[in-house]
Design a protein around this ligand. Structure first.
Ligand SMILES: [Zn+2]
Length: 267
């Protein structure tokens, strides 16, 4: 089921950690961002679009993690964009002849047999320095940064005043840093500063996982994520509802301790 977030912008929510797929209406069809998780959910979404009488004309993946680069035959064969770094990172994964087994190891066991691998990761990189998604629809600005994963990008749907945040600014997941990067903490803080810079132009924020945030929530989420990253930097446990004893997802405490330990060792 598609729910409207703003004029011409809709979300479809997956069962798997509230993953959001985003549909943006254009002139000749829709742009589909982070298409979904299970084959059944993506088929439903393709069916909803068919009922509306619209087709998918382009895709976009916010970053190269498996849960953001899936696709379904019902969406058709269209260009699926990502940043050049995103495309290079997933291209490296697919270049390994054993990639399906390797990716399968990281899938959540309860969904693994429902996740279609055939079309995973066929991403076309935007030419270096592109600041807009090339499609026939409302202006969508690519806000690329280094945080969470290589080539991670948020999308600013300018007229609708919506920020599609990828795996950042979630109300249910605290920041997951890109621990392979040279400066994971600095990168994350720089990305949050970038979001601060567009906050005046945003009324709704759609995270990769979690609830859509309304007016004013973007700044609150930036502040909460920043406080978490500062706590990690200072080797402290944050006062953060997403990680604490009352957290909805109890496994996040383990991820937090692992991030903290990893960063301490790096020093
Ligand atoms: Zn994700």
């Amino acid at each position: 089921m598609l729910r409207q977030v703003a004029g011409g912008v809709f979300v479809h929510v997956s069962e798997f950690i509230q993953s959001n797929s985003i549909v943006v209406l254009g002139r000749a069809g829709v742009l589909l961002v982070d298409p979904g998780i299970t084959g059944g959910e993506m088929a439903d979404l393709a069916g909803d679009l068919r009922v509306w009488g619209v087709r998918v004309v382009a895709g976009f993946s916010t970053h190269p993690d498996w849960d953001h680069v899936l696709w379904h035959g019902g969406f058709g064969e269209v260009p699926r964009y990502g940043t050049a770094r995103c495309a290079a990172a997933i291209g490296e994964v697919l270049a390994d002849p054993g990639w399906q087994d390797r990716v399968a190891e990281g899938l959540p066991p309860e969904y693994a047999d429902q996740i279609p691998m055939e079309l995973l990761g066929q991403i076309t990189g935007l030419p270096g320095g592109s600041v807009r998604v090339p499609w026939d629809g409302p202006g969508v600005r690519v806000v690329e940064h280094r945080a969470h994963a290589p080539g991670h990008a948020a999308l600013l749907i300018e007229d609708a005043r919506v920020l599609v945040a990828g795996d950042m600014l979630s109300d249910i997941l605290m920041p997951f840093l890109d621990l392979q990067a040279a400066d994971p903490l600095g990168d994350y803080l720089a990305a949050l500063a970038l979001f601060d810079g567009v906050a005046d132009r945003v009324d709704a924020v759609i995270p990769g996982h979690g609830s859509v945030g309304g007016p004013g929530q973007l700044r609150e989420r930036i502040a909460l994520d920043r406080a978490y990253v500062h706590a990690l930097r200072d080797g402290q446990d944050p006062d953060d509802p997403r990680v604490g004893p009352a957290a909805a997802l109890d496994w996040l405490a383990d991820v937090h301790h692992w991030q903290r330990q990893h960063l301490t060792q790096k020093r």
